[in-house]
Design a protein around this ligand. Sequence first.
Ligand SMILES: *Cc1c(COP(=O)(O)O)cnc(C)c1O
Length: 424
Amino acid sequence: MNLYNIKHPDQQVNFAQAVRQGLGKDQGLFFPATIPQLSNIDELLALPLVERSQKILRALIGDEIPADKLNAMVKNAFTFPAPVVKVAENIYALELFHGPTLAFKDFGGRFMAQALATVRGDGKITILTATSGDTGAAVAHAFYGLENIEVVILYPKGKISPLQEKLFCTLGGNIRTVAINADFDACQSLVKQAFDDEELRQAIGLNSANSINISRLLAQVCYYFEAAAQLNTEQRQNLVVSVPSGNFGNLTAGLIAKTLGLPIKRFIASTNANDTVPRYLQTGEWQPNATVATLSNAMDVSRPNNWPRVEELFKRNGWQLSELGSGALNDAETETALKAQYAQGYLCEPHGAIAYQVLKDQLQEGETGLFLCTAHPAKFKESVERILDIELPLPEALDKHNKLPLLSDEMDNDFATLRAYLLK
Ligand SMILES: *Cc1c(COP(=O)(O)O)cnc(C)c1O
């Protein structure tokens, strides 16, 4: 597989290099040089998730990774289903939250971990990351038990929910978690200092496994096919997909699926009050505001870092940005949407509620709508219980960890201490 840096197209790498490096020169994003058009879509849709995904990723990645290895990567990563559920007459939910951390990031995160373990080369690898909650859990679970990969996750002590903490600080093994006596920004700054320390970097093989890694996006392409596979031919004719968007990785993956030939009529980018993209699509002006905190906090992003990949795809495919639908909901509107879904018989959470409502508002006669549900309602327990005035039981996956003892180390906000800890 050939990829180039969107900022510096002369920088070209293969899949292994792109996975290991994450980002290119000047923080440029890697992007596939070519995306094939698949001629056997119907045959693919008839296959089960894992087998189909192996074929899709083979088509994208090529023979750089031997077939048996790629097949094992997919099988180890995709260990949970992504069911389509009917919500209204012509509206369906794609539930992406049945993985170990109950969020769609399990798909990309688990495949990235498998990819990194496969293309790592020799030497030690240490994944170092700071988290304010969710990403830490996804990273910890994705890398848990992988050989010769150490994971160290920093988080602000006392500043994440106890439930979130239990989800990723109870694993042990190759996952070390460190509660820092400071805030999230301090944790991020410690991570940055570590990456700036060339000697440390070499000594422990530092890698960020960050959200911009191309392997995540390629994995996410597969669940758009899984959605289509669960709809009938007629429903697939005029399919409109609404994607709750923050950094726009999820939407990029959908657009790659369409480029491969999956019949999706159009996409809708749905955001919360951090609406840089919807405003840009309306006015043609890119004017990010200061980021505001919302109920759908995983989408509190005003400078979406995958947006250059979206524009690159539109340009290369000769699509017009005017064909991309969009809409934004504020928190009050999100609450109303969540209640409307619940009245309809579907329990959702704020991110999925936004995608649902924007879709419902824009769906036209004769179209079938699909919206992506990116997190389990229990992940946003407090908001969902308050808005709907209900009590949510803890799902099994969370309950299991909730009963285990915390294994975190505690540390002051001091780089020398962290450095010694990492080298130990
Ligand atoms: C990360 C996340 C999103 C946003 O996805 P992007 O790929 O960043 O656009 C939406 N919902 C949830 C629950 C998330 O965790």
